[in-house]
Write a protein that binds this ligand. Structure first.
Ligand SMILES: Cc1cc2nc3c(=O)[nH]c(=O)nc-3n(C[C@H](O)[C@H](O)[C@H](O)COP(=O)(O)O)c2cc1C
Ligand code: SF4
Length: 402
């Protein structure tokens, strides 16, 4: 049997194969953050179809850190029964589930966060929402660390198998790690060591509520692709070494930021019409021009985070490495796991298109994913439409039904 169908552990959790469902915002929670039936069904189906490890879309740890209107919440104890239903449904199908917990920091808008979005520094208005962040006070930083701990406690109470901290794609943990977003000169910025401090303190806080051996993993940006220098693969490798020394159980490597470089996060086509349709009328002409200028510059490269993953792999001595981004052919996935470049292959868009992908690979029914990386699903969730394949979803029910 191919290595991608062999089991491998993350912390004390045995994952039945090397396929990970990378966190994917579903736009399926209630407006107040509760898990819905639709959301439970999505992950039950993926578990039933043998995805080894399921990481649902990012969950906001506090309303001030909410990134999208229909995001799942883990900010209040009243969320626990719904979260437990989600965990139980995955377990019922023999799957494993980690929650990705996140704070948006400056990467949100006042209407959602209920206040001026905050971040490590005020480094100007972003080019999409024109948000100017309120630099966090020492008290707000300490409070945010506690908030992550509280969210982790809820995840544990809900029965989750592990937790992933979202330190990628431009959200708060990424902002502290990044020399682009973090211009502080106090103990939380000014050097890589200081920029790492917030994540380190969050890890210590979250650990307090996690049972011994329960996996705590990080989704780490290996390249921010910001207009000025942010995290580079070399800085990321340094952080990975410190994460290893901090006893982390796994690292998933990614890149890009939702506002400054979403096409490095999700390489592929630019769905210009869909993205522009979500802009207010006065932003549409400029938005269309900008989107058109991006066309053809971010074509999908197979396994596009693998080069950075190799740097990370060198410094984490056997700690499981999960790589996401552009895995599309089974033979390639087998090759990269076989060669020891990564321990797990993680995918998002291919599972939106084909929930039965792993089973179909295993049964030899296919060897290439059907997803065309057109990014229409990504545009859809930003418009609060539930995640599904918007290119083929209506035509190919055989591939989307279980
Ligand atoms: C609709 C959509 C929603 C996403 N939501 C999240 C998320 O909640 N958390 C996260 O870390 N990444 C998120 N991502 C990024 C994916 O996890 C993944 O890193 C990226 O799509 C590249 O992998 P792929 O080529 O297999 O799609 C999202 C991607 C898509 C398309
Ligand atoms: S809309 Fe469908 S084909 Fe396009 S990227 Fe999403 S899953 Fe893939």
């Amino acid at each position: 049997m191919s290595i991608v169908f062999s089991s491998h552990s993350i912390g004390n959790v045995l994952i039945k194969n090397r396929f990970v469902h990378s966190a994917t915002y579903e736009a399926m929670a209630s407006p107040t953050g509760e898990v819905t039936e639709k959301l439970v069904k999505r992950y039950q189906r993926l578990a039933k179809n043998e995805v080894g490890l399921i990481i649902p879309g990012y969950m906001f740890v506090h309303p001030h850190g909410k990134a999208f209107p229909l995001q799942t919440g883990i900010h209040d104890d009243s969320m626990i029964p719904g979260l437990k239903k989600l965990v139980d449904a995955v377990h019922h199908e023999g799957g494993k589930i980690f929650f990705q917990i996140a704070h948006a920091g400056r990467q949100t808008v006042k209407a959602l966060a209920g206040r001026q979005p905050m971040g490590p520094s005020d480094n100007g208005r972003d080019p999409l929402n024109f948000v100017k962040a309120k630099p966090m006070t020492e008290g707000e930083i300490l409070e945010a660390i506690k908030i992550f701990g509280e969210a982790a406690r809820r995840a544990v109470t809900a029965g989750v198998d592990g937790i992933q901290l979202h330190a990628a794609h431009g959200y708060l943990l990424n902002q502290f790690l990044s020399p682009f977003f973090n211009l502080r000169k106090d103990q939380w910025g000014g050097s890589d060591e200081n920029r790492f401090r917030f994540l380190k303190e969050v890890i210590l806080e979250v650990r307090k509520v996690m049972p011994e051996g329960m996996p705590l993993i990080i989704k780490l940006n290996t390249n921010d692709h910001t207009p000025k220098k942010g995290i580079t693969p070399e800085i990321a490798a340094n952080y990975a070494k410190w994460l290893y020394e901090a006893g982390i159980h796994g690292i998933e490597v990614s890149a890009g930021s939702a506002i400054y470089s979403f096409l490095n996060m999700c390489r592929g086509e630019v769905p210009v019409n869909e993205l522009v349709s979500g802009l207010p009328w006065w932003k549409k002409p400029l938005g269309r021009m900008m989107m058109n200028s991006l066309k053809g510059k971010f074509d999908l490269k197979e396994g596009y985070n693998l080069e950075a993953a190799k740097l990370v792999k060198q410094v984490i001595d056997g700690v499981p490495l999960i790589t996401v981004g552009g895995f599309r052919r089974l033979a390639h996935m087998q090759q990269v796991v076989d060669n020891g470049f990564t321990d797990f292959v993680s995918m998002s868009r291919p599972f939106i298109r084909e929930p039965k992908l792993v089973v179909n690979f295993k049964e030899g029914k296919k060897d290439v994913v059907a997803c065309e990386s057109c990014n229409r699903c990504l545009a859809a969730v930003t418009l609060n439409m539930p995640v599904r394949c918007y290119t083929h979803g209506l035509r190919s029910r055989d591939e989307t039904d279980d």
